[in-house]
Write a protein that binds this ligand. Sequence first.
Ligand code: IPM
Ligand code: MG
Length: 358
Amino acid sequence: MKYNIAVIKGDGIGPEIVTEAVKVLDAIGEKYGHEFVYTEALAGGCAIDACGIPLPQETIDICKASDSVLLGAVGGPKWDNQPGHLRAEKAILGLRSELGLFANLRPALMFDSLSDACPLRPELVEGGLDVLIVRELTGGVYFGERGRKQTEDMGEMAYDIMPYSEKEIERIGRVAFDMAMKRNKKLTSVDKSNVLETSRLWRSVMHKLKEEYPEVEYSDLFVDNAAMQLVINPKQFDVIVTENMFGDILSDEASMITGSIGMLPSASLGEGTRGLYEPIHGSAPDIAGKNIANPLATILSLGMMLRYSFGLQEEALAVENAVKAVLDEGYRTADIAKNGEKALNTQEMGAKVISKIK
Ligand code: IPM
Ligand code: MG
């Protein structure tokens, strides 16, 4: 089979990690007889430099014409003083909404061999950790109306509105319940319904949905409590579903519990099979261009692409098992290496994963 993939390397460490991930995908293609065709597109700071805007129409067109999209990371200090609508991050937000990618899957999976990188006491994560965060991705405060105005006596005022419709909540709820059915049939919905009206609607829609999934053990949690529960008893969770901003925050927290934010992949999906796959970490400008970034989150994101966009389960497993094997043998990049341990660089880590696939 032939698959067309839009490749957005982006800024910071983006180009380094994506380059390694693409080599891994080529190794998969060679082994299993698939042809992966790549079309590079600009987004983020590099697009601002080249065309003055973070998300050129050409990039949107390339993504829409592709079977799936791989993204590294965007943004960096060079573009931090851009006005809000021209910030590098706008590229990711624009892609998510242009491609209708409302469901963001963020698996926080702890690899056995990395358990000592977990900042929690060992007994709290004994036996590993496997939590899936399902984050709503195209609604809420990220996409609501925002602005500023002058007040008479309080100076300038800024506002960001957090709207949610029933339909938006229902479709992300379904994704989460379906995921729970495929896993351990346990779903926690996180909201702030003691304060927010959007959360009260969220909760009522989830409660209607849970009637359709009687096998799923369902519970509600306020977001502040969820943040706390994640560090005192992370193993109580299987699937967590939550709105856009809560999901942004909780997924960073969950990722660190698994050892390093440099390890976590994500899939952003919509109605069809086309998705956008990216590591959950950012562009890490402080280590960009040094060939020391961890490419594993991006490589694992490709594993998710193989599984969710192309339905290639065996190939997806091959990627995941290769990463696991490399870690089991003790190979580490600097972010996950213990003090004094020799770390592999980005390219060496990519090559190790490929050697396992072959
Ligand atoms: C993420 C990132 C993005 C987000 C930023 C870069 C806009 O933090 O994917 O988690 O907030 O969604
Ligand atoms: Mg984030």
